[in-house]
Design a protein around this ligand. Structure first.
Ligand SMILES: [Zn+2]
Ligand SMILES: [Zn+2]
Length: 167
C-alpha cells in the first residue's frame, strides 16, 4: 500500500489531498492555525533561517541545506510522522493528508520554500508525495545511482536540477 501526502499552500485547494490539512509554518497567522488540524513541527523551518533567508543574508541553497540538516530523519516515514493537533493532542499524519505553508506555488517551484525540500525528504522516507502537483515516488532501491542518490524518482523543476528548464 502506498501512503500519499500532499504539499502545497493554503490557497490552492485543488492541489491538496482528500484528508486533513496540517501546517508546517514557523509563524502561521491566526486564520492559518484555525484552518489547520494541527502542526507537523519537525517540518517547520527554524525562525533564524527564515529571517536570514528573507533578509538576503543567506542564499537559497544555504537555506535548503540548513532546513534539511535540521529535520529529524527518525519519524519521517508513513505511520510515524507526528503532528500536534490544535487541541494539543498528538497524532500521526495519514494517507491523503496535506502539509501546507503560505508560499506561492511559483516560489515553491523555484525552490524558494521549505515545503519543496520537505517533499524530497518525505519521498525518500517512503511517502508517495504530491508537491504542487508534481508526484515523487520513493525509489525501491533507496538512494542509488538510478535515482541520483535522492531516494525517490519523479520530475520536479527544482528538486531535479535537470528539470529546471520546465519552469
Ligand atoms: Zn513555504
Ligand atoms: Zn534509488
Amino acid at each position: 500500500m502506498s501512503f500519499s501526502v500532499y504539499l502545497t499552500n493554503w490557497s490552492s485547494p485543488g492541489l491538496r489531498g482528500p484528508g486533513d490539512p496540517f501546517g508546517i509554518m514557523r509563524r502561521p497567522r491566526s486564520f492559518e492555525v484555525e484552518a489547520s488540524a494541527g502542526t507537523v513541527r519537525n517540518l517547520c523551518p527554524a525562525a533564524v533561517d527564515l529571517d536570514d533567508m528573507r533578509a538576503g543574508r543567506i542564499e537559497i541553497e544555504e537555506y535548503r541545506r540548513r532546513f534539511e540538516s535540521g529535520v529529524a530523519r527518525i519519524g519521517l516515514a508513513p505511520g510515524e510522522l507526528v503532528y500536534v493537533g490544535t487541541d494539543g493532542k498528538m497524532g500521526t499524519v495519514l494517507d491523503g493528508d496535506s502539509l501546507l505553508c503560505a508560499c506561492s506555488v511559483a516560489a515553491a517551484l523555484l525552490g524558494r520554500c521549505h515545503r519543496t525540500y520537505a517533499a524530497g525528504l518525505l519521498a525518500a522516507a517512503g511517502w508517495s508525495v504530491v508537491v504542487d502537483g508534481y508526484r515523487l515516488e520513493p525509489c525501491s532501491a533507496g538512494p542509488c545511482e538510478g535515482c541520483g542518490g535522492r531516494g525517490w524518482t519523479g520530475e520536479h523543476p527544482y528538486l531535479n536540477p535537470s528539470q529546471r528548464s520546465l519552469i
